[in-house]
Each structure stands twice: as C-alpha cells, then as structure tokens.
Ligand binder design. Structure first.
Ligand SMILES: [Zn+2]
Length: 374
C-alpha cells in the first residue's frame, strides 16, 4: 500500500490541512476503483467502513488479489471534520460560504467537447484514454480560490480516471440506499444487492454538480454528442452509497458493508475471483427514478410524530407523519403524494415550516430540476 498525502492551501497563516489516499495494488496494471469515505464529514458510518476496508484491502493485496489499483480515501473531508457550531458537528457545508461540500464539482462536458474535437478516432479504448487525459488536464487547469475548492479539485482529479467510484455517505435516519446514473441501472442494481439496499435511485442529472456525477456524467454526454462519429465507452460507474442513518455506526454493520462493497468490486473485475468477500443476503431492492422521490415537507413548525416506519410501503394520500403545535395541540398531517416505500426520515423530532422531514420513493417520475436535498 502506498500512502499519498494531498496538501491543501492554508486558509490563514499558521493553519494547514491535508488529506490522505491509500493506494492498493499497482496503478496502471488494470482497472482503477476509488472508494471515498465521508465527503460530508459528519456522516460517520462511511469512516468506520473505511477502517474495515483498509484491513481487508491490506489482506487482499498481500494475497495478490487486487487487479490494477484500488484507492481508499479514508476521510475525504478534513476541512468539514474540523467544523463545529455551538456543540454540533457541521460537516455538510463549508461554514465560510454555506456551500455544500458535495456540490459545485466541475461539469467537464462543455470544455471536453471543445478540446476533444479532432482528437478522437475509431478505437473506443484509445478514445477512453484520450478522454481521461483530457479530463485530468482540465482539472489541473482549474485554479481553486479556497481550501474547499482545492479539496474538490483534488478529489475529482483523483477519481476522474477510475472505472468505479464509490462515494460513501449516510442519511439522517434511513434504510440502506444508493444514487446511481440511469445509464448504469443494472450495475447500480447489482451493487444494491451486494449491500442489501432497499432502493436504488437513478438520475442522469441531479442538479448542482455533486461529486459522483462529476466523474461519470461526461461519458454518456460525450456518447450522445459524438454518436455518429466516434465510439465512446461509458468509462466510469460512480455512485453515492447512503449507509443508512448517521447513528448507524457499529462494527457489525461496517464489517458487513465492507464485505458487500468488496463483493461488488469482485463482480466488477477489480479483485481476482475467490476474494472471499461476502455480499449481503438476498433481499428486495427496487430500482426507481430519483424524479419519483417525494420529499415530505413539514407544513408548519412543531413536534414530528411519524405514523409510518422506515420500510413501510405507503399509498398516495396516506399520512406518513403528523406535526403537532404544542401551543394549541393542533395536529397537521403530512401525506405522501406517491405510492412507494418510506425509506428515509429526519432524526430530530422538531420541524420548522418548510423543512424536509422524510422521503418516499415511488416508481413514477414527477419531479424535475434540482433533485437533491440542499
Ligand atoms: Zn452525504
């Protein structure tokens, strides 16, 4: 294993942050996978999965079972990890700007269309190599203005030439679920099975340029743009894995999730067969459009009492929660607009008017525009 240190520019005199990437196997000798833990720094389940993955990848490397290179970023967001506000960890947003650490990555397609014209040929594999180099060059030309931007640039650069990118997050309180690109629906379903996920949510563009899309989206966009002229592969499967809820941090869960991720990597050809990685037991996993998720919004402030449990299958119009005004004891129902599965809700039981308090995944696309939480 080779450990690489990535220094970030100093935010103020006397301060310096860096992050680490752990490289298992041999770069350039086969496929590349990147597994990134806790880009939202306060989403701890991924950090513990990383600890278990590090031990297993060390063993697999010793046994000569890694094909190409597997990179583990054990703590992706060292900037967010140091942020707190009045006793609460703040790892989702840069406190200086309010910008989400998982938004604002570079959408590479417009620049690629300009720089690739005249450089692609009739060999798909050769085109893949050219496209990957062009992506790396574009990211090197991005001059970050802050440590947070420098972090984003370096994370995107590390993953942009990978075949498989697994970005490990968690929800507030939730069942295991994934976000995956629509053109990779089958692969997303396979990962969902390995992890025992309840739903896989598909989109081609979620809005605001999250990390996972920044390393995969340009492949299908270039495919569409150059369809009649050059063969272009889908060079990267990337996904955001939501490892249940924030408090789901136990060795048993992390060990099982690490095994599920490795079983998937073996299926994808990143490990020699027979790695002994164990996928989750077979369970129901629905593959659904992200445009079909109903974000339940609190109609007023008050006490949140859920009427349904995570995993319940609900019908359009059904009350999923009530919000109670403690001054009047008046109860206001929160109903879902879709038939689907109630798979995530907030961990707190006090809501403000307009706050998102839960999610129901339905089969029919009905939303458009920005599809992710802020
Ligand atoms: Zn997250």
């Amino acid at each position: 294993m080779i450990e690489q240190r990535h220094d970030l520019p100093s935010a103020a005199p006397g301060t310096q942050a860096h992050w680490l990437s752990l490289h298992f196997g041999t770069a350039g000798s086969g496929p590349k996978a990147v597994i990134q833990c806790a880009l939202h720094a306060d989403e701890v389940p991924g950090l513990l999965v990383g600890v278990h993955l590090r031990r297993e990848l060390t063993r697999l490397e010793r046994q000569g079972r890694i094909r190409g290179e597997i990179v583990l970023v054990p703590a992706a967001n060292v900037l967010g990890a140091a942020q707190g506000l009045l006793g609460a960890a703040i790892g989702r947003f840069d406190l200086n700007t309010g910008v989400n650490y998982n938004r604002g990555y570079r959408h590479l397609t417009p620049e690629l269309l300009r720089t690739l014209t005249g450089r692609l040929g009739s060999d798909a594999a050769a085109n893949t190599a050219i496209i990957r180099q062009a992506c790396a060059d574009l990211l090197m030309a991005w001059t970050p203005t802050s440590p947070a931007e420098a972090l984003k640039r370096s994370l995107q650069w590390l993953a942009v030439d990978a075949d498989t990118v697994l970005d490990l997050h968690c929800d507030s309180q939730a069942l295991m679920h994934l976000y995956a690109p629509t053109p990779w629906a089958e692969t997303g379903a396979a990962l969902g099975q390995c992890l025992g996920a309840r739903v896989v949510l598909l989109a081609k563009e979620s809005g605001d340029d999250p990390f996972d899309e920044s390393v995969s989206r340009h492949w299908w966009e270039l495919q569409e743009a150059f369809a009649a002229q050059h063969p272009i592969e889908l060079g990267c499967f990337s996904t955001t894995v939501e490892l249940r809820g924030e408090a789901d941090v136990t060795h048993d869960l992390a060990e099982g999730d690490a095994q599920g991720l490795l079983a998937f990597l073996e299926q994808r050809g990143h490990l020699e067969p027979g790695s002994s990685a164990k996928a989750a037991a077979a369970s129901r996993c629905d593959v659904l459009p992200l445009e079909g998720v109903d974000p339940l919004t609190s109609p007023c402030g008050g006490i949140v009492v859920f009427a349904c449990a995570l995993g319940d299958e609900v019908r359009a119009g059904q009350t999923v929660a009530e919000v109670i005004d403690p001054l009047t004891a008046e109860s206001t129902p929160v109903c879902t607009k879709v038939d689907g599965v109630f798979f995530a809700h907030s961990k707190t039981r006090w809501a403000l008017r307009g706050e998102r308090i839960g999610k129901v995944a339905g089969a029919k696309a009905f939303r458009s525009g920005k599809l992710l939480s802020p």
